[in-house]
Design a protein around this ligand. Structure first.
Ligand code: HSE
Length: 403
């Protein structure tokens, strides 16, 4: 029997308890022994829960109990979660987590501590919720150079964009609907500003390229400026607007990583990923494209990935998985200024069409959605060139890369 603790009894933590209870038989079969939750750490009271004896408010109870070999950290954030995770690893306990912020900010360090204490720190649920992506990248794709990762990594923003595209809702109306359905938080900034997707592309880049990518170094743009006009210009270009986290490998093993809304051609499988679903397209130099698709959030979907990591720890109790990456000092992340793409550009002004065709020689004009504006698809330009050109043009009301 493995004795476990859950730290944080919010949506994911309570889901972990539910999966362990409801699927106890299959969990025990796959873990080759039962996993029993001995403690649940949370500062709040849960008077409705029938297992009151399991709740503790003092972390040291878990830390000092030698019977606890497995801990699920579902607290979120990088305050107490960081301290408690470190202390659990130092105490020789395996830790599994759904906490993308903590892995994105401190993953390299926590994996080093885990290694030094011969325990696992596993985080399958930190990217794509219940979608298998971390383990495939760590195991199944390792004979490839991962030349590109392009992911719809945030369900809330994908829901909002889908409703804008399919139902003609404005950004504000779609956000309100997402909040009413419980997808978006009252303060939706981490989702709509791309912060959550940024943490996730950092983790995927860490794994793919072997050096820690700190979120503050990754250029990140959200979706709050996207309008229905942008959506309609995308349709004209046979594209849909999607928020993508991307990492792109270069010949010299450096790479770009960034988050931004894109025009995604309808021929790409990513264009069909609608609603709260997530998908991650990984391109390997041997494999070609493969796409991982499913529920990127949600209580039981995410909890199932956390519990799978607990099972993995239980099965490999005496060994640890050899996961780790550099601390970021290899400086493999390139400045995005050099990254070249084709672009959608929308410009306002009476002479907008003439100015676009003068500025972007050979561009493809889109049919203007309103008087006194024009839009086009450009040829390849670097980010620096586009930033400079947009500043010179002024009055640019929409600007996105094409995938
Ligand atoms: N808020 C996230 C999303 C889920 O909407 O995808 C957790 O990362």
């Amino acid at each position: 029997m493995f004795k476990a603790a859950i730290m944080g009894f919010g949506t994911v933590g309570s889901g972990v308890y539910e999966v362990l209870e409801r699927n106890a038989e299959v969990v025990a079969k796959n873990a080759r022994d039962a996993i029993e939750v001995k403690y649940i750490l949370d500062l709040r009271d849960f008077p409705e829960a029938p297992y009151q004896e399991k709740f503790v408010k003092d972390f040291s109870v878990i830390e000092n109990d030698p019977e606890i070999s497995l801990v699920a950290e579902t607290m979120g954030g990088k305050g107490a979660a960081y301290e408690f995770t470190k202390r659990c690893l130092l105490a020789g306990k395996h830790v599994v987590t759904s906490n993308k912020e903590l892995v994105a900010c401190h993953g390299a360090e926590l994996l080093e501590i885990a290694k030094a204490h011969n325990v696992n720190y596993l985080f399958e649920a930190s990217v794509g919720g219940g979608i298998p992506i971390i383990r495939p990248m760590l195991q199944c794709l390792t004979a490839n150079h991962m030349t590109q990762i392009a992911g719809i990594l945030n369900g809330t923003t994908n829901y909002i964009l889908t409703r804008m595209i399919n139902a003609g809702l404005t950004f504000d109306a779609a956000l309100k609907e997402a909040q009413e359905k419980g997808y978006a938080e009252a303060n939706p900034s981490a989702d709509v500003d791309g912060v959550d997707a940024c943490r996730k592309i950092c983790i995927l880049s860490d794994i793919a390229y072997g050096d820690h990518v700190y979120p503050e170094k990754v250029e990140t743009e959200g979706i709050s400026k996207i309008t229905l006009q942008d959506v309609s210009y995308a349709a004209q270009a046979d594209c849909v607007v999607k928020l993508l986290g991307r990492a792109v490998l270069q010949e010299d093993d450096t790479f770009y990583a960034f988050v931004a809304p894109h025009f995604v051609p309808k021929s790409s499988p990513l264009a069909c990923v609608d609603g709260v679903f997530n998908a991650i397209m990984v391109t390997g130099d041997m494999l070609g494209d493969s796409m991982f698709y499913g529920q990127g959030a949600g209580k039981l979907a995410t909890a199932s990935a956390v519990v799978a990591d607990m099972i993995d720890c239980a099965r490999h109790h005496e060994r640890r998985r050899n996961i780790g990456w550099g601390d970021g000092s290899k400086n493999l992340l390139r400045p995005l200024d050099d990254f070249a793409s084709r672009w959608y550009v929308r410009l306002s002004g009476a002479d907008a069409q003439a100015r676009l065709t003068e500025t972007f020689a050979g561009c493809t004009l889109l049919q203007a959605a309103a008087a006194n504006e024009a839009a086009c698809i450009t040829g390849e330009l670097t980010t620096a060139q586009m930033k400079q050109t947009a500043a010179t043009l002024g009055a640019v009301t929409g600007c996105m890369r094409l995938l």
